[in-house]
Design a protein around this ligand. Structure first.
Ligand SMILES: NC(=O)c1ccc[n+]([C@@H]2O[C@H](COP(=O)([O-])OP(=O)(O)OC[C@H]3O[C@@H](n4cnc5c(N)ncnc54)[C@H](OP(=O)(O)O)[C@@H]3O)[C@@H](O)[C@H]2O)c1
Length: 117
């Protein structure tokens, strides 16, 4: 039977229900600072058992608690912080190079563009 969702469904329930689509895949999420929507999305995604999550943010100290929360969900998920300022073209290129050269990714399965004004 197909899973049923409504306004009370938590993100982690979605991720568990559709884990066949994200299990062992690699995702990149921008701006997942503690307390924000990106952080909640990343933590929910962890319940889908992705292989690797790249966190592209400006400030690692704001992402560290989110990475810790993900470790509490699933220790097998590889979490990688990549410094990125989306207002700076050189920072964007450098972040892309860092991800490409990390050796941890054949392809990015999902890009969650959370940063915005
Ligand atoms: N909250 C809402 O009610 C709401 C409603 C509709 C849409 N949204 C959208 O949902 C998204 C997340 O919202 P939120 O409330 O969770 O925001 P938030 O807590 O302010 O998080 C925004 C994230 O974006 C990062 N960021 C901002 N400018 C950046 C830049 N130039 N380069 C790299 N990272 C940058 C921030 O990094 P730092 O921590 O380093 O600043 C932070 O990690 C935004 O796109 C927002 O427009 C939010």
């Amino acid at each position: 039977m197909a899973a049923e969702f409504n306004q009370w469904t938590a993100g982690e329930e979605d991720a568990k229900a559709y884990s066949s689509r994200c299990e062992s895949e690699t995702f990149t999420i921008t701006g997942a600072s503690e307390g924000g929507i990106g952080a909640a999305t990343a933590i929910a995604l962890a319940y889908g058992k992705p292989r690797t999550l790249f966190f592209t943010c400006r400030d690692p100290s704001k992402t560290a608690p989110v990475i810790e929360a993900i470790r509490n969900v699933d220790l097998n998920i590889k979490t990688i912080f990549v410094n990125l300022d989306l207002a700076d073209q050189e920072s964007i290129r450098e972040a892309a190079r860092t991800i490409q050269e990390s050796g941890d990714v054949e392809k990015i399965y999902g890009l969650i563009n959370n940063v915005g004004d």
